[in-house]
Design a protein around this ligand. Structure first.
Ligand code: HEM
Length: 399
């Protein structure tokens, strides 16, 4: 079966099942979108995948998916200098100081919303979508009012929710994409017309990219939308507190800082978001005894790498302690891509993601948590991106 179909039908399990048919080999040959493909797992596979001499991203993700999730013409599908100009701007816009400013906005907004919600049932995921959306829009300097920010945040979440093969979610995602692309393109055009060239907001800096307004709008959304997407790992992280009272106690207060970081890593490892990443061979080469020709597809098995038994002991167990002595390895841990963000496609928003999850655990950790329906099941492994069940009706009580 073509891997695209397997992924749509079997979700996060798809590549493990295909690998099972190849004696659990780290590398195996398959077909993706009608072409020969190599599926790569583990740190060695990730090193190949992130070798820009051998692997290109141009045309690696088909437009029906790339257009929805990244937007048309986004940096995700670019190589070389064109990619690097945009990527370096993103890394500058998301430098440590800017990340801390945004995290402070998130923490303050979240604190207010949790105070308002205490004692009542809340849908934590929906609340986080609104809080992160509101915060990132204000931080980015996007002129807007509060109700508009809530609506924009929900539309950004709809785009993210649409990538995984649920036909209804996919249609909702495209409706949101069409609307948000127009909105962001107009915003960039207005920013350019304003002539405020000294303006240093993230909006102004992205508007200054030497690309058409619509493309700059797409990249602006690539800053805003994935910040809203942090609601997925953050909700999973809170579920771990709900399911483990000892862990809930450990993440509290200043003493919990290191534990919060470890939970932020572990939750991204075992609660996958992206199942796989795709590239195309630039040149002919051989890896693990299997060959590719130029144009063939390369698939990095993200789930398989993050749970590769060669690197992780008891890989399926949620165990934040595994990060006690070291930060994750750049190639063995790839929930947001691997290698070096400056020279490749690794996610530039990874430090921000970690900090937002940490801040969320700190704020939510001020409360005792009870699920209004502890039996609410997690979404199945075929549903991408997958969400947990019991936070749908969460009651928070001040401690
Ligand atoms: C739920 C949290 C997030 C997840 C799971 C995630 C995951 C990823 C993955 C898997 C990639 C592709 C890596 C590759 O192609 O090699 C990526 C790229 C990217 N991410 Fe994230 N990300 C998240 C949050 C963020 C945030 C918060 C931002 C920005 C504020 C961001 C901006 C980007 C951009 C611009 C790229 C394209 C990088 C490039 O092509 O060079 N992401 N992300």
């Amino acid at each position: 079966m073509d891997l695209s179909l397997a992924l749509l039908r079997r979700g996060y399990h798809a590549l493990a099942e295909e690998r099972g048919r190849h004696d659990d080999a780290d590398t195996f040959a398959a077909r993706l979108l009608g072409r020969h493909a190599l599926v790569l797992r583990g740190a060695d596979g990730a090193r190949v995948f992130y070798d820009t001499e051998r692997v290109s991203r141009v045309g690696s993700v088909p437009p029906p998916l790339a257009g929805l999730i990244f937007g048309s013409g986004a940096m995700h599908g670019l190589d070389g200098r064109e990619h690097d100009v945009r990527k370096h701007l993103f890394l500058d816009v998301l430098d440590d100081e800017a990340v801390e400013r945004l995290v402070a906005v998130v923490a303050e907004r979240l604190r207010d919303r949790l105070v308002e919600s205490a004692g009542r049932e809340v849908d934590l995921f929906a609340l986080l979508v609104e809080v992160y959306g509101d915060s990132v829009l204000r931080w980015a300097g996007v002129p807007s009012h509060e109700r508009q920010r809530s609506s924009l945040a929900r539309q950004m979440a709809a785009i993210v929710d649409g990538f995984g093969g649920s036909p209804r979610a996919y249609a909702r995602g495209w409706a949101a994409r069409a609307h948000l692309d127009r909105w962001a393109g107009r915003l960039v055009a207005a920013q350019r017309r304003s002539g405020r060239t000294g303006d240093a907001t993230p909006l102004a800096r992205i508007a200054s990219l030497p690309v058409p307004a619509r493309t700059a709008g797409v990249e602006l959304l690539n800053l805003l939308r994935p910040t809203v997407a942090v609601a997925w790992p953050a909700t999973w992280a809170v579920v771990e507190l709900l399911r483990d009272a000892d862990l809930a106690a450990q993440v509290r207060g200043s003493a919990g800082e290191l534990v919060r970081r470890r939970v932020a890593h572990e939750v991204r490892r075992v609660r996958p978001f992206v199942p796989a990443l795709a590239g195309r061979a630039r040149i002919a080469f051989t890896h693990d005894g299997l060959s590719v020709r130029p144009g063939d597809r390369l698939v990095l098995d993200v789930v398989g790498t993050d749970t590769d038994p060669a690197h992780w002991s008891a890989p399926d167990r949620f165990d934040p302690q595994r990060f006690t002595d070291a930060e994750p390895d750049a190639y063995a841990f790839v929930p947001q891509g691997g290698g070096c963000p400056r020279n490749g496609h690794r996610c530039p928003g990874e430090p921000l993601t970690v900090r937002i999850v940490e801040a969320t655990l700190e704020e939510v950790g001020r409360y005792d948590l009870v699920s209004g329906d502890p039996e609410l099941p997690d979404q199945p492994m075929t549903r991408m991106p997958r969400r947990p069940g019991p936070t749908g009706r969460l009651v928070l009580t001040a401690r």
